[in-house]
Design a protein around this ligand. Structure first.
Ligand SMILES: [Zn+2]
Length: 334
């Protein structure tokens, strides 16, 4: 019933999910680079349409609010929050008596800037599995926040400029909310600033922040997208202390090129325990995993699920490229 050809396809229909090549009609779960292609028509949320337009220009969108049931192309469909970034959505399709859910990128933990994820009962679950290995268990959110605060305080004590690296759409805004909550004033890169303005259109408020270049950064915390980590910082401390915010902080392998930079595991993906929790709540008869580690299939089978890979195994390096480098490059302008 489900197949994968550069995207997820429900056989016998023209329904595609997150296809990587142009289709006639496709659900786009969120606006990160590896999910954003200009299809003839795009089914998505208003927020994702707005981010998509910001990056790629006009496209033909069919926007739907969360939890509104619609009849589209012979199927009953519903979008609901994924908890990944603002406007991120999962899709439930009811067709031929089957309930099919595709999660897109998701996390179940509470977010400061994204709508809280929901889980719906389904027959077939197509699940994103980026961190689908047991060693990927993120610390509690308050521990991650404490590490971010400690990082800033240590930098200041050493007369160093604290700099966080976080991709422009989603992660940077999450970091901004956390740092503002702890009373820090922020200077951010243009690509992050422009995305914040769109978040504000949708009612998300940030604390004291301004563009880098708009005054000194000396008493402020700087946030840059990773590809701009060498940006000039006006009137800051002469020495920088840099931390990258990424779930891959749990696995130093893919991050070797970031020598000299601390890594703190602030992630917008589900960790291994959340992937299992999702499956137990959705109670599907069949699970397909996409993206990420193929080993998750074995763990799900051990737990009694009928699970399989929907595509060829994705090497770690490729996951890393897609989720980190791909997203970093997305809003590189400015
Ligand atoms: Zn994503």
């Amino acid at each position: 019933m489900i197949e994968y050809h550069d995207g997820i396809h429900i056989k016998g229909t023209d329904l595609w999910f997150d296809a990587k090549r142009k289709t006639d009609f496709c659900f786009v779960s969120h606006a990160h680079a590896d999910h954003a292609v200009k299809h003839n028509a795009i089914l998505t949320t208003r927020e994702t349409a707005r981010f998509f337009e910001h990056r790629y220009g006009k496209a033909k969108f069919h926007t739907v609010e969360y939890n509104r049931v619609k009849r589209i192309r012979g199927a009953k469909i519903q979008l609901f929050p994924s908890g990944h970034i603002l406007g991120g959505a999962q899709i439930l399709v009811e067709i031929g008596g089957a309930r099919i859910v595709y999660t897109g990128d998701f996390k179940l933990r509470k977010s400061w800037t994204a709508q809280k994820a929901e889980v719906k009962r389904c027959d077939i679950l197509i699940m994103e599995s980026t961190f689908g290995r047991p060693q990927y268990l993120f610390p509690k959110p308050h521990e991650i926040q404490a590490r971010m605060v400690r990082f800033v305080e240590e930098a200041r004590a050493n007369r160093e400029q604290p700099v966080f690296l976080a991709y422009s759409l989603g992660k940077a805004q999450e970091a901004m909310k956390i740092l503002s909550h702890w009373g820090y004033e922020l200077s951010v890169h243009r690509s992050i600033y422009d995305i914040c303005k769109i978040y504000e259109e949708f009612g998300v408020r940030f604390g004291n922040y301004r563009l880098i270049g708009d005054g000194s950064v000396q008493d402020r915390v700087v946030i840059l997208p990773p590809q701009a980590k060498k940006s000039t910082l006006p009137q800051g401390h002469p020495r920088r202390k840099t931390a990258m915010l990424t779930g891959w902080a749990l696995d130093p392998g893919p991050l070797k090129h970031l020598a000299g930079c601390q890594c703190i595991p602030l992630s917008d993906h589900a960790d291994f325990s959340e992937l299992l929790k999702y499956a137990s709540k959705a109670k599907p008869q069949k699970i397909y995993t996409v993206h990420g580690f193929p080993e998750l299939v074995g763990f799900l089978n051990q737990k009694g699920y009928d699970a399989g890979l929907l595509q060829e195994a994705t090497p770690v390096k490729r996951v890393f490229d897609q989720e980190l480098l791909g997203n970093y490059d997305l809003f590189a302008g400015g």
